[in-house]
Design a protein around this ligand. Structure first.
Ligand code: NAP
Length: 289
């Protein structure tokens, strides 16, 4: 069992931590908003007094925060990870970030003598709770293998994608496709409903068609039904991922016009106040015009 420090107790981080505790690891937690540490401390975690305190108590430090800027904050802040990591310690970032951001963090961590692994996840609140996330790793293959038993405390599969940046690339591809699919699903279904098709029938035919896919089957009923948009994957993070996918395409010299159009819809929904609702609230960018 490992001494694990976990930073970022949001929708994903909180259940991931519970699974680490459930598997018997010695877990120390830290969250920018300290109140979120309470339930995990009640469940057996130690509360760190600072980021540096958490790193000092841990063999492996994990971050699961919002975006590249948040990772940068945690790593470079006064009293942050950079000043506390040292040879023999490992830092794993599970946040969805760009390949470029991950490589930048890797360079900084290398100077501390600690090991760095990127490990973004596939799956939302439910797989995080059930411990069935698919975890993509980027970085040294031997390090990925050594970390696999720990990562499997939070997931059902670990897939090593290659060097640092490759797991970040793969994660963005998935979210770029998911975000775009949901946008075009919303467009098509709204037109059909306006013309008189019933939501139930649209969903039923889709389910039996060549375009049936988990994203639509999971999000479609609420998007065409009650439109509660319970935040499992917050729209603001989906927008961030679409933006990172467009930037990553640009850096690679590959045009991404479809992703860019979908990204703009996410931006409009966010500007309209749906950033903290679910990714599926992107539909509101079409209905609220
Ligand atoms: N939700 C999903 O379905 C899902 C699935 C796969 C991957 N992801 C990715 O996983 C990451 C976390 O997602 P989530 O849904 O758990 O997000 P979330 O619920 O919004 O939680 C974000 C966490 O990051 C912390 N944070 C934000 N900015 C920070 C900063 N500058 N310094 C320190 N801590 C900071 C927040 O602290 P506070 O509590 O103080 O705000 C919170 O603990 C994101 O990169 C997301 O894209 C999410």
């Amino acid at each position: 069992m490992a001494k694990v420090g976990f930073i970022g107790l949001g929708i994903m981080g909180e259940p991931m931590c519970r699974n680490l505790l459930g598997k018997g690891h010695d877990v120390t937690v830290y969250n920018r908003t300290p109140a979120k540490m309470g339930p995990l401390v009640a469940a057996g975690a130690n509360a760190a007094t600072s980021l540096a305190d958490l790193v000092r108590r841990s063999e492996v430090t994990i971050t699961m925060v919002s975006d590249p800027a948040a990772v940068q904050d945690v790593v470079t802040a006064k009293g942050g990870l950079l000043g506390a990591l040292s040879p023999g310690k490992t830092y794993i970032d599970m946040t969805t970030v760009s390949p470029e951001a991950s490589r930048g963090i890797a360079r900084m961590i290398r100077d501390t003598g600690a090991d760095y692994l990127e490990a973004p996840v596939l799956g939302s609140r439910k797989p995080a709770t059930e411990g069935t996330l698919v975890i993509l790793t980027g970085g040294d293959a031997g390090l990925s293998r050594r970390m696999e038993p720990l990562l499997l405390s939070m997931g059902s599969r670990v897939i090593h994608m290659g060097d640092t940046g490759m797991a970040a690339h793969m994660k963005l591809i998935i979210n770029q496709i998911m975000g775009t699919i949901l946008c075009v699903f919303a467009e098509g279904a709204l037109v059909g409903m306006e013309a008189g098709l019933e939501a139930e029938k649209i969903l039923s035919v889709l389910r039996n068609s060549v375009v049936a896919c988990p994203a639509i089957l999971l999000k479609g009923p609420d998007m065409l039904g009650e439109r509660v948009f319970t935040p499992n994957f917050p729209l603001k993070h989906a927008h961030k991922d679409m933006r990172l996918a467009v930037e990553t395409g640009k850096a690679a010299g590959i045009p991404t016009p479809v992703t860019k159009a979908a990204c703009d819809l996410f931006g409009a929904a966010r500007d309209a106040g749906f950033g903290d609702r679910d990714i599926s609230a992107v539909l509101r960018a079409l209905t609220d015009r």
